[in-house]
Every structure is written in structure tokens, then in C-alpha cells.
Design a binder for this molecule. Structure first.
Ligand code: CA
Length: 228
């Protein structure tokens, strides 16, 4: 069973899909427009989103781009017709799959199962290593030189988000979206405070960084200390 969020403005399609998917054992919630759909992704954390591209408030591809800024939830876009240009745009914007109307419930169900299998595979990802730092998402634990680090939930999420992109400068905006699920900026201070706590636990300071390198006005980069 999956929790499915349906973002669709057509009440007829909505009730038909809700009935078909509920009969197949899923829990279905819905929103009639793009922005409430985006909010529901943040609040409800569904397992899968079915996103209609023709929505009354915001273009579906734009909605998808905003969803991708805050969530890795699998998204299947639903297009009114087999329009290649729309489909390519949606896949480029981060859709996992698409179905073109009209489609059967069994066909849709098979697509849903396929994206759920893929996202379950991604979640089983093993530990990440950066120098002497090991971050393991399966146990939500981290260690430095084999000594376990005692991290709060947000400190762990922040460290993991940086470790996934080790060597890259990650902007505070991206960290806010990924770790705090705040898509609209603001709250740089939140990131700064957690970074300073994380630094302390890693035994370093902003003035003499080893792992956490801030680039003023841009973001922060996690990297192994240089030898010597
Ligand atoms: Ca529509």
C-alpha cells in the first residue's frame, strides 16, 4: 500500500482515480491545483505524486520544479495527450514517469509500483565516506576516525545532505529546502547555527576548517582535509 497524492483539477478524473486506487489498497488524498499540491507534498510526505500537467493556477511543469526543490518524492505526470514536448519538459524537470490520458487503472498501478520499487532501492543506500568521516543513512549515525558522533536529528540530516554532495558547494537555500523543507528561502541563520554546532562536534572552527568549508554568500562544502 502506498500513500498517493493526486493533483488534478478535473473532479470526474479525480473520483475515478481515487476509487480505482483505493480498491487496489492505496490511500489517496487529492488537491485541485498546483500550489495546494506543493503544500501537501511538504505537509503529508506522500509516497507517490500523480501530477496533472494542465492545472488552473500554475503550469504543471513549474509545480514539478517547485516540488523537486523540496522533495525527492516519486512523481508521475499525467498528460492530457501524448504530447512529446510536454513529456520531455516534465522528465527534464524531474518527473519519474508519465502516463497519457486516457489510461487504464491497471496500467497506472503498474507504473506506481515501478517508481516505488526504484525509490525503495535508492533509500537502501549505504554509508558515505569523506576522509575519516563516515555517514550512514540506514542507521542515521556518523563517526569521525571511528569515534561515533552524537548528532541531533537536524545535524545528522545536514551532514548527510552535504556528504551526498561532498566536494561541491551547496547553497544555504538548497540546505533549507532539503533539511528543513522550507522552499522559500529566509532562515539562513538556522543553517548557520546548525553548521556551527556541527563544526564543534567535528572538532573544528569556522576560522580553521577541516571538513566544513564556508564560501561567503554562496554556501558550504564538505570535503576531506588535505593531507599534511
Ligand atoms: Ca487538468
Amino acid at each position: 500500500m502506498a500513500v498517493i497524492l493526486l493533483v488534478e483539477d478535473d473532479a470526474g478524473i479525480r473520483s475515478a482515480l481515487t476509487r480505482a486506487l483505493t480498491e487496489r489498497g492505496h490511500a489517496v488524498t487529492w488537491q485541485p491545483a498546483g500550489l495546494p499540491g506543493l503544500q501537501a507534498v511538504i505537509d503529508e510526505r506522500p509516497d507517490v505524486v500523480l501530477l496533472d500537467l494542465g492545472l488552473p493556477d500554475v503550469d504543471g511543469v513549474q509545480v514539478l520544479t517547485m516540488m523537486r526543490a523540496v522533495s525527492d518524492v516519486p512523481v508521475i505526470v499525467v498528460t492530457a495527450r501524448d504530447d512529446d514536448a510536454d513529456i520531455v519538459k516534465a522528465l527534464d524537470a524531474g518527473a519519474d514517469d508519465y502516463v497519457a490520458k486516457p489510461f487504464g487503472a491497471d496500467h497506472l498501478e503498474a507504473r506506481i509500483r515501478a517508481v516505488l520499487r526504484r525509490s525503495a532501492g535508492q533509500r537502501a543506500e549505504g554509508p558515505l565516506t569523506v576522509g575519516d568521516l563516515v555517514v550512514d543513512p540506514r542507521t542515521r549515525s556518523a563517526s569521525l576516525q571511528n569515534r561515533p558522533l552524537e548528532l541531533s536529528r537536524k545535524e545528522f540530516d545536514l551532514l548527510y545532505a552535504l556528504a551526498q554532495r561532498a566536494g561541491e558547494v551547496v547553497s544555504k537555500r538548497e540546505l533549507l529546502a532539503e533539511v528543513w523543507r522550507q522552499p522559500y528561502g529566509g532562515g539562513d541563520r538556522t543553517v548557520d547555527v546548525h553548521l556551527s554546532w556541527l563544526r564543534r562536534k567535528l572538532g573544528e572552527t569556522a576560522a580553521e576548517p577541516r571538513y566544513l568549508h564556508s564560501t561567503r554568500g554562496v554556501g558550504v562544502r564538505l570535503a576531506a582535509p588535505e593531507a599534511g
